[in-house]
Design a protein around this ligand. Structure first.
Ligand SMILES: [Zn+2]
Length: 104
């Protein structure tokens, strides 16, 4: 893990923020489900359910825009998400050993 491109370029914390956002989104989804079963929650079921895609989108946007190559200015996370199949892109991002564009 320590020789990954993200860690080497000091961007490992960005992945942690991404997972925090995903975790928060999962909690919103859970809240919406609980609320749908008649439990009173702030925002209500509709409010919580509407925030789920917003949360998921924010997390992806954060990762795509936040992970930047300081050498060439590329956005490797965005390049990977565009080209990878669902379910494997985050592994590819975390296991990057060099910038896919400039090889730094
Ligand atoms: Zn680069």
């Amino acid at each position: 893990m320590t020789d990954s491109w993200l860690e080497r370029t000091g961007q490992g914390w960005k992945i942690k923020i991404f997972w925090l956002l995903i975790g928060a989104t999962a909690l919103l989804l859970l809240g919406a489900i609980v609320s749908a079963n008649g439990v009173e929650l702030p925002l209500g079921m509709t409010g919580l359910a509407l925030l789920v895609p917003v949360g998921g989108f924010s997390a992806l946007l954060w990762l795509c825009a936040g992970v930047v190559c300081k050498t060439c200015g590329a956005h490797p996370a965005w390049e990977i998400i565009k080209g990878a199949t669902a379910g494997s892109w985050w592994i590819q991002i975390e296991s990057l050993s060099a910038c896919p564009k400039c090889g730094d």
